[in-house]
Design a protein around this ligand. Sequence first.
Ligand code: GDP
Length: 295
Amino acid sequence: MFDELSARFEDAVKGLRGENKISEDNVDIALKQVRRALLEADVSLSVVKQFVQEVRDKAIGAEVVRGVNPGQKFIEVVHQELVEVMGGANSPLADSTKKPSVILMAGLQGAGKTTAAAKLGLYLKDKGLKPLMVAADVYRPAAIDQLNTLGKQINVEVFSLGKESKPEDIAASGLKKAQEEDFDTLIVDTAGRLQIDEEMMNEMVRIRSAVDPDEVLLVVDSMIGQEAADLTRAFHEKVGITGAVLTKLDGDSRGGAALSIRKVSGQPIKFIGTGEKVEALQPFHPERMAGRILG
Ligand code: GDP
């Protein structure tokens, strides 16, 4: 395990060789490599700084077992810390006692919200639940049609009131329908903007008040890299998120956004999107993402 990582850090950890402890003197060069690796993986700079400091504190004084290469031990410490920071294990969806439970999708336009809403619809349906999807994105041309098309594809009902109604009214009416018709989960797709925008945040807050969600999932395109930190901070401060969905991990992004999102909000990444198809949703596993980030 970690052979590839060891190779990457080979030079950096030379100074650790022959030592039986990782000490202050020999750890700094290795930490520089960690810093570089994280920045290359598009983790936000402020998050990298914080993380490196934490690893430094943990690594110094870590005992190296005889026969174990100290470089390898160091990488283990880094890897373990990444896993811990990202939540240790997978976090499932909130266990709600309400019926229906409500999931609110948030995020910028193009992040993959509508797609993720349908992916979650299918995921819940496969668990034997009856979800209702609500099209509350009244701004993006064709967003309602897109959700309708996806709904047909996965055989999950979609509620909409067209483009003339207010998003919070659409969401509230969707909730009423779900209550009356015995749906288990309400998934509310909302409008994004191209960038963080006051109006979008206010609208999210109004929708949140209308449906009192169990989950507010921030959908983040993993390709936005470093910007994930500011984006998450803005949404978390204004709307309050309970988790995230990191999309487009089928691309070549190294997934550093996962670390930033978690560090900035303290909330877990719950799912990852790995393709355009409705089946391409997986529970997030910190262990796997740590490996991907370290490369
Ligand atoms: P929204 O504006 O946030 O609702 O974004 P959409 O759901 O419309 O997605 C924007 C684009 O990203 C669409 O072309 C989707 O097919 C694509 N997309 C969404 N999720 C993924 C993913 O996990 N992987 C890939 N490759 N494409 C995705």
